[in-house]
Ligand binder design. Structure first.
Ligand code: HEM
Length: 156
């Protein structure tokens, strides 16, 4: 099954990634976690994404799933859902580099469902030299756009 040509610039994402993460926000106690992310090619012009996180004690924490695609104009579009009803549609330009790529995705739509109020998000993905670095910031619960998460993942 050939990879859809639109996915070639992000083909290196396909597979499972794992590594440590750290979270903070002005309203909460900082925390550490392990993150596992899988991007799957299903033979269509998008990758299926599943993310799971666990606490240092091994208890399940945040999880989310969604779809990642790249438009003809090089815009990365990430549509995401969380078990709480929170959904996001985030977009940003793909920047390719000799040993990877980066993109900064800004939310176009956020729906908080029954979860705490989130007004906007910024997700950054950077693949450099075999390491996938993610960062996440949000404007939420009355706090302006502020860093919440960062993780550093390696292919497993
Ligand atoms: C709060 C973990 C991703 C939105 C928290 C808290 C933890 C946490 C431990 C504190 C909970 C508490 O003290 O009651 C994580 C982990 C994530 C993740 C491990 C993924 C790696 C996200 C995402 C969003 C989000 C993707 C939104 C799109 C929030 C909000 C709060 C929160 C709104 C509440 C802040 C408050 O109550 O003041 N998160 N989170 N989190 N998180 Fe996350």
């Amino acid at each position: 099954m050939a990879l859809h040509p639109s996915l070639e610039p992000i083909a290196a994402l396909i597979g499972t990634w794992r590594g440590p993460g750290r979270g903070e926000y002005p309203t909460i106690t900082s925390f550490e976690y392990t993150e596992e992310v899988t991007f799957t090619d299903v033979g269509k012009p998008f990758l299926h994404y599943v993310q799971r996180t666990t606490s240092p004690e091994g208890a399940p924490m945040h999880t989310e799933t969604g779809f990642l695609r790249v438009s003809a104009e090089g815009v990365v579009e990430f549509v995401l859902a969380q078990p709480t009803g929170q959904t996001e549609l985030a977009e940003g330009l793909l920047v390719t580099a000799p040993d990877g790529f980066s993109c900064e995705l800004h939310s176009r739509v956020v729906n908080s469902g029954s979860a705490k109020q989130v007004d906007a998000t910024i997700r950054r993905l950077e693949l450099t030299d075999g390491t996938l670095t993610t960062t996440f910031a949000m404007a939420a619960v009355g706090v302006p756009m502020t860093h919440h998460l960062s993780s550093e993942l390696r292919h497993v």
